[in-house]
Design a protein around this ligand. Structure first.
Ligand SMILES: C[S@@+](CC[C@H](N)C(=O)[O-])C[C@H]1O[C@@H](n2cnc3c(N)ncnc32)[C@H](O)[C@@H]1O
Length: 351
């Protein structure tokens, strides 16, 4: 017998989900056209005032703002007919450096959709889609998605959670940031620790070019260097710290990468592995964060790994047990979870 109440509840979820999916373009236009920032700086405003302040067409803006109010992404006061952003809404949409800024997640979702044409056939043939062949905005979206979390956590929480690392970094350490992408984490660390030297490696040449540009913009060209290299063949040696930010699970041969890290470290060196937060069992991850990451993993992480040698495809919800397996397979004797946030876990591996 069909349970009408359950069906209605499920249809309610569909409405919410489709509404969210329909918000992707709306949020990105709000960001690209500076609508959130304008409203944050000058609101509350009527549509007329808002359109003049943002320099956009009033009719389009009325429709956009109505959608955003219906989404509860901004606030509408029916008495004054003015729109505004609460402090909390501004943290998510208007303030670039806020730890809660979510625009990068909307950008990443577009990249996932853009990957469909390549990932869908891979379901049939089991092949991979290499990182460089994926939807073109994926790389910028990834950098933007991770930046708020790195800015909020890396210097103040993650590095201090590692045994003795802050002291070494302050005195002057040699650090590798492997799978550095656009170098967001490299630049943040290089700014905080000017006595240390940072080398960013990534196998994607255009990401390395972006990383070099970001380092110039961030004023850290002097203590950063970027090179195209894979996690299994980067040439540097004698590192005090090797860091992998949200990339170990993307690699085809994470155990091979672990072995390469091991031989590139100083005797008392540290390998820092930041990975998406996940439990070890599927049932631990059937929640909103698991949902988000399994989606990204299907469209990006698994195809990226399957396009490489071995093709371990740990997935974006690998969980600590699987990560430990590949880390210890690479010759690391001590592994501990040093820190965690709702989105990330930080593992410390020592030889
Ligand atoms: C999800 S992105 C993370 C980028 C960066 N660490 C960040 O947090 O913004 C994964 C990165 O891993 C890199 N990558 C994947 N497999 C790799 C491999 N085998 N060797 C080197 N880099 C790799 C990709 O090019 C990409 O930049």
């Amino acid at each position: 017998m069909l349970d009408e109440a359950k069906l209605n509840e499920f249809m309610g979820q569909m409405l919410t989900d489709l509404g969210g999916a329909g918000s992707i373009a709306m949020v990105r236009m709000g960001d690209n056209l500076g609508l959130y920032k304008t409203l944050h700086a000058k609101g509350p405003m009527t549509v007329e005032e808002f359109a003049a302040a943002a320099g956009v067409n009033q009719r389009y803006l009325r429709e956009w703002a109505s959608h955003q109010a219906a989404s509860k992404y901004l606030t509408y006061d029916a008495t004054t007919q003015k729109f505004s952003l609460t402090d909390e809404q501004a943290m998510v949409f208007a303030i670039d450096d806020s730890p809660f800024n979510m625009i990068g997640a909307f950008d990443a979702t577009v990249a996932f959709i853009g990957n469909q044409d390549k990932v869908e056939p891979a379901f049939k043939n089991g092949g991979g889609v290499s990182w460089g062949d994926q939807s073109t905005c994926l790389f910028c979206a990834t950098a933007r998605f991770f930046r708020p979390s790195y800015k909020a956590n890396l210097i103040d929480h993650w590095l201090p959670s590692l045994d003795g690392i802050i002291d070494k970094l302050q005195r002057g350490a040699k650090v590798a940031d492997v799978g550095c992408g656009h170098g967001v984490s490299t630049v943040i660390m290089a700014q905080a620790f000017p006595n240390s030297q940072f080398i960013g490696y990534d196998f994607h040449p255009s990401s390395i070019e972006h990383a070099q540009a970001n380092a110039r913009e961030g004023g850290v060209s002097a203590n950063t260097h970027f090179e195209v290299a894979t996690a299994k063949d980067y040439p540097g040696k004698d590192f005090d710290l090797v860091a992998f930010f949200d990339c170990l699970h993307d690699m085809g041969d994470p155990a091979g990468a672990a072995a390469h890290v091991r031989q590139s470290l100083k005797k008392e060196g540290t390998w820092m592995i930041t990975e998406p937060m996940a439990g070890d069992r599927l049932e631990d991850n059937l929640n909103p964060i698991g949902r988000l990451f399994y989606g990204g993993s299907t469209m990006v992480c698994v195809p990226t790994s399957l396009a490489q040698e071995v093709g371990a495809a740990l997935g974006g919800q690998a969980g600590e047990a699987k990560l430990r397996e590949v880390i210890t397979a690479g010759g690391f004797g001590r592994v501990r979870r040093a820190h965690e946030t709702p989105f990330n876990m930080v593992l410390e591996a020592r030889p």
